[in-house]
Design a protein around this ligand. Structure first.
Ligand code: ZN
Length: 92
């Protein structure tokens, strides 16, 4: 009985550890994205980002944005512009 309890606790701890790990990775990605996105403006020239294409990776998809002004490229984990447009449509 005690062995089963130990086994269950170790499984729960392992699951919690994985959840914490993935949450940490997600949070880091979002933070990284926000830094690159820089409030919607290029950190070099202040130009606006233009969506270029989605790039599929083995486990995820990232989105390429290009500065309209200087041509700087950034790669984000989530779509920024589309999200903003969608929320505009919702309010209309
Ligand atoms: Zn720029």
């Amino acid at each position: 009985m005690r062995d089963i309890l130990t086994w269950i606790i170790s499984i729960i701890l392992t699951v919690l550890l994985f959840v914490a790990l993935f949450y940490g990775i997600y949070k880091t990605n979002v933070k990284h994205d926000d830094k690159l996105w820089n409030g919607g403006h290029c950190d070099i020239c202040g130009g606006t980002w233009e969506y270029e294409q989605a790039v599929g990776h083995r486990t995820s998809t990232s989105y390429i944005y290009v500065c309209r002004n200087c041509g700087k490229r950034i790669e984000l984990q989530e779509v920024k512009r589309d999200k903003a447009e969608r929320s505009n449509y919702d309010t209309n």
